[in-house]
Design a binder for this molecule. Structure first.
Ligand code: HEC
Length: 405
């Protein structure tokens, strides 16, 4: 049993990292984060740092913390590689392959991602960069991965193959300090080149799969090391620290740092869930609703929980009978755990709010609370309940739960 579960985790991991899973189609009128399964890269909107650009299998989106999703570009191309200009909020580079096949080469947008045109074919192109990054030290220097490490020193107009990268690169990040320094997250570890991609050395121990690497404008370096967690270091002296190891079997595929507040991080998980951290990556909450989900709201939710719900659902939501969550009494099943030991996380926030306000149709003990609690109270309760969940439950909540079984 244990072996099978391990094998499944590896399969899911391989599928997610290498984007081999078949993708559920979704309509062009997508307006929910739940409908987006493959986010390849994220980037903070510099004109409104609460919003994020999402480069996905179906083109480019902007998402606000309310969860509202906006299709930025009509072009539905699979944007595999995506990189924002470090200072100009209107300029983006991308690469990938169009829906009808072939490769995009290097494409560029000068209008915030709305329209795109081919900017260069790349060396031996048209290329299909699966990862690319613009140097924050000099925006004229861009790195991409296609038949080797490619580099442009003229803002993406001309490209040459700099060298061969280590095997199985998942992500590239250009140094924020030195145009010739570039990092590669690979299945065999985190590598650094100091000569523009020609030669590489391992730069993090232990050597484990590294699913993403990101440099922030202020010279911080983040990487996700599978089995270790989120690690960070400052350039140029890489004294690594583990920021958080609480990810269980889940992992991060990309990170973006709020340029207005370096403790404010955004990330996309291997399940396609968007999460955010307000303390530099130590603790994470769901991105959706994160603006209104402050620590004050969570502690108000805790008070409401202790006053109204704890009598049945137990202290910190352990359930009425933590030893047997399926125990029955004269009313049917006992009140289930609301931490992540039972199934509360299988429901999206809207489903949990519905149960709180309208009660359970199956068990009259879970009565409708709408007479005494407002929608806002329900949101505060949900913020508290979710604060009891592991990262796995956050990443696997709602429609994604089947991917985590
Ligand atoms: C009198 C006992 C009782 C109280 C008080 C109570 N609940 Fe429940 N709750 C239950 C029972 C029993 C169920 C199981 C319902 C079912 O099986 O459909 C339940 C189910 C739930 C569920 C669904 C869990 C799941 O896994 O799908 C949520 C969410 C929930 N309660 C939240 C709350 C909140 C929030 C409060 C306080 C405002 C609260 N409950 C107060 C007894 C109670």
């Amino acid at each position: 049993m244990r072996i099978w579960r391990g094998a499944l985790v590896v399969v899911l991991w391989v599928a997610a990292v290498s984007n081999l899973t078949p993708l559920p189609a979704f309509a062009s009128g997508t307006d929910s984060l739940d409908d987006i399964s493959h986010i390849h890269a994220i980037s903070v909107d510099k004109t409104d740092t609460q919003r994020l650009y999402l480069a996905t299998h179906k083109g480019l989106f902007l998402v606000a913390p309310s969860g509202a999703l906006q299709h930025v570009s009509e072009e539905p191309d699979d944007l595999m590689g995506f990189a924002a200009h470090p200072t100009d909020p209107q300029v983006f580079y991308a690469s990938g392959h169009p829906a009808q096949g072939g490769n995009l080469g290097v494409i560029r947008s000068n209008d915030g991602g709305e329209t795109w045109s081919q900017w260069a074919r790349g060396a031996g192109g048209p290329v299909d960069f699966h990862t690319m990054d613009v140097s924050k030290a000099d925006p004229n220097v861009i790195y991409g991965l296609h038949n080797g490490i490619q580099i442009s020193r003229d803002a993406g107009r001309s490209w040459e193959i700099a060298g061969q990268p280590p095997a199985e690169v998942f992500d590239l990040a250009a140094s924020a300090r030195d145009v010739d320094m570039v990092y590669a997250a690979t299945r065999a570890g985190l590598f650094l080149s100091r000569d523009g991609g020609r030669t590489w050395t391992n730069t993090y121990m232990p050597q484990r799969p590294v699913t993403m690497v990101h440099t922030s404008a202020d010279g911080n370096l983040y990487a996700f090391v599978y089995g270790v967690g989120l690690v960070a270091a400052s350039e140029p002296v890489l004294a690594w620290q583990t920021v958080s190891g609480d990810f269980l079997d889940r992992f991060l595929l990309d990170i973006a740092v709020d340029p207005a507040n370096s403790a404010h991080l955004y990330a996309v998980t291997d399940t396609g869930a968007m999460v955010t951290s307000k303390d530099g990556g130590k603790t994470w909450i769901s991105f959706e609703g994160s603006n209104s989900n402050t620590t004050e709201v969570t502690s108000r939710g805790q008070q409401l929980f202790e006053a109204n719900c704890q009598a049945c659902h137990g202290v910190r939501g352990v359930g009425e009978n933590p030893n047997d969550m399926y125990a029955k009494n004269e009313y049917g099943f006992v009140a289930p755990p609301l931490n992540d030991k039972a199934h509360a996380w299988h429901h999206p926030d809207s489903g949990i709010a519905d149960t709180i306000l309208n009660g359970s149709p199956r068990n009259e003990r879970m009565r409708p609370w709408r007479e005494t609690l407002t929608q806002e109270d329900a949101q505060a309760l949900i913020a508290y309940i979710k604060s009891l969940w592991s990262f796995r439950s956050l990443a696997c909540q709602g429609v994604r739960h089947m991917r985590c079984m």
